[in-house]
Write a protein that binds this ligand. Structure first.
Ligand code: IMP
Ligand code: MG
Length: 190
């Protein structure tokens, strides 16, 4: 594998390590379990692609019955800034009318994605709708969105790992990290 790129060599520093992630996920899982106590139905909707790893660990940490579905959302733009135009690129397999729905997302930044999702899913008449986001960049918020479960507040830095990508890479890193500045350098070349 001499031509394989070393993802770890691109990392400037780790912001949240794997143990911190698991500890916080267990706390969130306990909160969620308590909120839905006595409710028969619970559906997690994972926002692809970034939410896949968080959904996997969160789902394992929750013993009560629940089902999962996926939604593909694209906020068009390149590099580290989204353009703000949100689009559904893969919709749910089933209606959610009358169901307890929990959106599982990797990060809330401007708030546009989750604002769009909240309005879109509410229009489908679920019994309840809540949002769980692993990461939050409060300083970047443009739209105020209610998020019931938040993992970590982070500074205004572009992060990768644990599902989050830069240019589709780094999702497989088991922690949240900041990349070296030179990794972004090609974006600013003509
Ligand atoms: P929002 O719509 O601006 O809140 O952006 C949310 C989406 O932008 C997330 O679902 C991510 O896909 C992406 N995003 C925002 N910040 C980061 C980051 O620091 N790293 C990787 N993806 C990010
Ligand atoms: Mg995302």
């Amino acid at each position: 594998m001499s031509n394989a790129r070393d993802l770890h060599a691109d990392i400037d520093h780790i912001l949240i390590d794997a143990a911190q992630l698991q500890t916080r996920i267990n706390e969130i899982a306990a909160d969620i379990t308590q909120t839905y106590e006595g409710e028969e139905d619970l559906l997690f909707i994972c926002v692809l692609k970034g939410g896949y790893m968080f959904l996997s660990d969160l789902s394992k940490a929750i013993a009560r019955p629940h089902t999962i579905d996926f939604m593909g959302i694209s906020s068009y733009g390149s590099g580290t800034q989204s353009s703000g135009a949100v689009q559904i690129i893969m919709d749910l397999k089933q209606p959610i009318v009358g169901r307890n729905v929990l959106i599982v997302e990797d990060i809330i930044d401007s708030g546009r994605t989750l604002d769009y999702m909240r309005r879109n899913l509410l229009a489908r008449n679920p019994k309840s709708l809540r949002i769980c986001s692993l990461l939050n960049k409060p300083s970047r918020r443009e739209i105020d969105v209610k998020v019931e479960y938040l993992g970590f507040d982070i500074p205004d830095e572009f992060v990768v790992g644990y599902g989050l990508d830069f240019d589709e890479l780094y999702r497989n890193l088991p922690f949240i990290a900041v990349l070296k500045p030179e990794v972004f350098a090609h974006l600013f070349k003509g």
